[in-house]
Design a protein around this ligand. Structure first.
Ligand SMILES: [Zn+2]
Length: 562
């Protein structure tokens, strides 16, 4: 080498996650890329005058971790204190939730909206959800909604009135959603799936705002950019350097682009666009695709690129589109040559999978899908051998969300009764354990054995990343452990599979395995220094692994204070 490396890390146990899963001792970084990977003696010998030398003192190094399923900007809005949403993600009782909202009410003008983060995904202490009456007690004079999860909201009476929903409102058309009602026939405030959509549509119209895929409240560009920065700081502290932002709204994409222009975007972001197909007719969706979806896919670079389009079929057992509409969308998107990340199913049993696979098989006749890396998001309950065989034939990538399973299984077990009452998942399964396994188990052994590419992700903000336990998601993936116990004790994956899931497989899913996802000469220098050897530590210890340093493109972006 005629040039001196900028940085050399040596005397480590470097798990490269290359094809041979080799372990090395040292890396040299030049101009943001790995210039050499090898033994300490060989690599240290490359040092020149300006080279920064870091003695790893035997510590374990892994490639930068990825989160393959996150609503990143949305999650960032929960991290901005009083500037955006009320963060209730870790509050485990209704009392605490109401307290947090009460504090926000005190500093918010009457009539002005207050929205929250997603609610804690485990079980609440009271064993029930908050109601509009609970919310009215702390917020009688302004609209409030709790982002319960996915498409469900809990609104106070003020917000319900704005949506035009009362005891006389007819239920949405089955199987789209449900207005939860109490014994006297009055709404409890809990709006499930399509009922939430109904309210959002009314709220947007009243606020003069356009519809979007997910959440209701809009924030201005500067707040969005701050949200990206706040969330990326959290991710760096957890060793995560890359994300797939699932269902990005077009104004959110604009915020990412502006953040990149300003040089403040430092998390490798693959944008999976979210069009509000739920609210569009087939004809409108076709027009949108024809007008706006030229050759933008895969445009960008290692920091920000456009990766594909998100589709969501079944949420909490409720269908966002009919079988016909899904079929139409899948074929239209495929004809435009676009990739898809498909949220097939949460809480809906096996039928949605059958529907999606049939649609893809039909689309496959229009234009072949193998090699396109279309992903199935979440993967909960996906264990039917026939489905796995057909997914393999189509080259589907499987996106597992173990952190969501970890928390949500506890809610499913301990709040089964109230979830049945408000019809979260309408396919009622009376036995809470059976329901929990059906809705939240990840039969990953089957996937790996079938040779499928499996990626790891969280579904943040449905569940929040905890910087005190940055590897909790990996822990749940490795052990199958959740807050409700092990859902499928016989499904064990290896540590090599675990490390591939959160690194190189993610890079593959985003078509960047040539430049990201492993520690190899020529690739971008993203790595994480851990305090524990993730290959040899006891399984229980994986959840306690701490991140000491995170590097993105050779730059130190996080260092744990001693
Ligand atoms: Zn999601």
């Amino acid at each position: 080498m005629k040039f001196a490396p900028d940085l050399i890390l040596y005397n480590g146990k470097i798990i490269t996650v290359d094809a041979a899963f080799s372990i090395q001792e040292a890396v040299a970084v030049y101009d943001g890329k790995f210039a050499a990977v090898g033994s300490t003696s060989a690599v240290k010998g490359l040092a020149g005058k300006g080279t920064k030398l870091v003695n790893l003192e035997g510590r374990c190094v892994v490639p930068g971790q990825f989160d393959s399923h996150v609503h990143f900007l949305l999650a960032g809005l929960d991290a901005l204190g009083s500037k955006a949403k009320v963060d209730i993600a870790q509050l485990q009782s209704i009392e605490e939730i109401l307290d947090a909202i009460r504090k926000r009410v005190a500093t918010t003008p009457k009539g002005k909206w207050i929205g929250t983060s997603c609610m804690y995904r485990g079980a609440l202490k009271e064993g029930r959800f908050p109601t509009r009456q609970d919310l009215d007690k702390v917020a009688p004079d302004q609209p409030v909604y709790i982002f319960q999860s996915g498409k469900n909201v809990i609104a106070n009476t003020f917000a319900l009135k704005l949506a035009g929903i009362d005891g006389g409102t007819p239920q949405p058309v089955e199987p789209e959603g449900w207005i939860a009602k109490d014994a006297s026939g009055q709404p409890t405030g809990h709006l499930i799936a399509g009922a939430g959509d109904m309210a959002r549509k009314a709220w947007w119209a009243k606020a003069g705002q356009p519809i979007k895929k997910w959440d209701f409240l809009y924030f201005d560009r500067e707040t969005q950019i701050e949200a990206i920065q706040a969330q990326q700081a959290i991710y760096h502290s957890c060793g995560v350097i890359g994300v797939r932002d699932m269902g990005t709204a077009t104004d959110e994409l604009d915020a990412y682009i502006e953040a990149k222009r300003r040089g403040v975007l430092n998390i490798r972001t693959d944008i999976i666009l979210g069009l509000p197909f739920r609210y569009l007719s087939q004809q409108e969706a076709a027009t949108a695709l024809d007008c706006y979806f030229g050759p933008k896919q895969h445009f960008g670079d290692a920091m920000l690129k456009i990766g594909g389009i998100k589709l969501v079929l079944v949420n909490d057992g409720w269908w966002a589109y009919s079988r016909e509409k899904l079929n139409f969308l899948v074929r239209a998107i495929n004809r435009h040559g676009w990739n898809m990340a498909i949220h097939v199913n949460t809480g809906g049993g096996e039928e949605p999978t059958e529907v999606v696979l049939s649609s893809l098989e039909e689309a496959n006749k229009d234009a072949p899908l193998a090699g396109r890396r279309i992903s199935f998001e979440h993967g909960f309950g996906f264990g039917n051998p026939d489905h796995i065989r057909r997914a393999k034939a189509l080259g589907i990538v499987f996106g597992a969300n173990p952190l969501l399973a970890y928390y949500a299984s506890a809610r499913s077990m301990r709040m089964n009764e109230i979830m049945t009452q408000v019809r979260i998942a309408k396919n009622v399964e009376n036995d809470p354990w059976k329901r929990t396994v059906r809705d939240w188990a990840l039969p990953m052994r089957h996937w790996f054995d079938a040779g499928l590419t499996v990626t790891g992700g969280t579904d943040n903000p449905a569940v929040a990343y905890d910087p005190d336990q940055p590897f909790l998601c990996q822990y749940s993936a490795l052990t199958g452990m959740t807050l409700a116990g092990k859902l499928l004790p016989e499904h064990k994956i290896t540590r090599e599979e675990l490390l591939r899931m959160f690194t190189i497989n993610n890079a593959y899913a985003r078509w960047q395995e040539d430049s990201l996802g492993s520690i190899e000469a020529g690739k971008l220098a993203d790595l994480v220094v851990l305090d524990t050897d993730i290959l040899t530590c006891a399984e229980e210890k994986v959840k306690d692994i701490q991140v000491l340093q995170t590097y993105v493109g050779g730059n130190l972006v996080f260092e744990k204070r001693a």
